[in-house]
Design a protein around this ligand. Structure first.
Ligand code: MRU
Length: 370
């Protein structure tokens, strides 16, 4: 998508050096646009753990490139051991997003099928690029399917503005391109459908304020930043037509783990009879589990993210300040689970489905046996 008019993806291999993978370091947005170069799997692990890259699809793609760098730098005498350890390290960086393990397992299976060291290295690079390409393609298709939902609401409103609420950042910055929740919005906007986005700020990391607001601005999509607790009030007053969020892991029965606070938005939408959609590429499905509350591991992060805040000072310097009394006890869950019963539908690259095992398997019949 666009950054000051120029097209970017969130991750890409260097044109000139296969040993270099480039990312947009999202910790500095929206104030600074910094491209970081990664050369080792350990640098990729740090980038994922410390949120230089984040968002389910993007950390999946980053893990794919991490496995490529592991294969490239693995010592010949212990190639298998080095790559196996890299896989373990990558999967452990963040526990909730399903795309991480999915990408690592895809790489391991591909490496297994090659015999020579150079074939393995070539294959790891090809697969990393394929994962990134597929992520972008699937998000573009999510846009095409989801756009129809927005178009229908626009039609019902006689062409009036469709107000869409989103939580966190499931935009292009959370993927390789286009985003999941934002893809239908970008597609509708490009087609001239009038849209306006309510952007939840998304405490404590502020992905909404820092990232979603920035990317919507770069694409010229009308939006308004709101404090996290505003959505319910807006819904009660008829100011939200539709909610679209992303997901970090979705079970085969349609339960969804997404950024902390998503569940409360789903409850409010349900109470106000507002359609609540979740957009995801199929790499986010965890086909091995059904009960999201019992089975999805929920990441806990440092309480420092709650007690401190980073932004531009009045002197235009990037500054971190404390906002709570020193030594305040904290609890910082990164995600919560929204049960399938609160979800109107899931939007994936294959179309729109109900959040039920039966309907999910209608679009993914190859997963029936798992
Ligand atoms: O902690 P993050 O920023 O990696 O969390 C991911 C998110 O942005 C979301 O919850 C998002 O909606 C799903 S990821 C596409």
């Amino acid at each position: 998508m666009h950054v000051t008019g120029k097209l970017y993806r969130t991750i890409w291999p260097s044109d000139t050096d296969r040993g270099v993978v480039k990312i947009i370091d999202q910790r500095h947005l929206p104030h600074l646009f910094v491209v970081e170069e990664l050369r080792t799997v350990s640098e990729v692990c740090t980038a994922i753990r410390e949120m230089h890259v984040r968002g389910a699809g993007l950390i999946g793609a980053a893990a794919g490139f991490g496995m490529h760098l592991a294969a490239l730098t693995a010592p010949k005498q212990d190639f298998a051991g080095f790559v196996r350890q890299a896989a373990v390290d990558l999967v452990q960086t963040r526990p909730t997003a399903g795309n991480l393990a999915w990408a690592v397992n895809r790489q391991l299976a591909a490496l297994d099928r090659e015999d020579t060291l150079s074939a393995k290295r070539d294959r790891a690079f090809t697969v990393a690029c394929e994962i990134a390409e597929e992520d972008a393609k699937f998000c573009r298709l999510i846009g095409e399917h989801g756009k129809k939902i927005i178009a229908e609401i626009s039609r019902q409103k006689g062409g009036g503005v469709v107000n869409i609420l989103t939580h966190c950042n499931a935009g292009w910055l959370a993927f390789v391109d286009y985003g999941s929740a934002t893809a239908p919005i970008y597609a509708a906007h490009a087609e001239g459908i009038k849209v306006h986005v309510w952007v939840d700020e998304t405490r404590p990391w502020l992905q909404g304020a820092k990232l979603t607001a920035w990317e919507l601005k770069e694409e010229g999509v009308p939006h308004t930043l709101i404090a996290d607790n505003t959505g319910g009030h807006l819904m009660q007053h008829g100011l939200v037509d539709l909610v679209i969020v992303g997901t970090d892991r979705t079970t085969r029965c349609g339960d969804v783990a997404n950024k902390i606070g998503t569940y409360l938005k789903a409850l409010a939408a349900h109470d106000n009879k507002i359609p609540f959609y979740v957009a995801l590429p199929s790499s986010t499905f965890d086909w091995t589990i059904c009960d999201g509350l019992a089975e999805i591991p929920i990441e806990q992060r440092s309480g420092w993210e709650i007690t401190h805040i980073r932004g531009l000072s009045e002197a235009a310097e990037l500054t971190t300040i404390a906002i709570a009394p020193p030594d305040t006890a904290t609890l910082n869950y990164g995600f919560d689970v929204t049960p399938a019963r609160l979800i109107t539908g899931l939007i994936s690259e294959r179309g729109v489905m109900q959040a039920s095992e039966e309907d999910i398997l209608r679009l993914y019949p190859e997963q029936k046996e798992k």
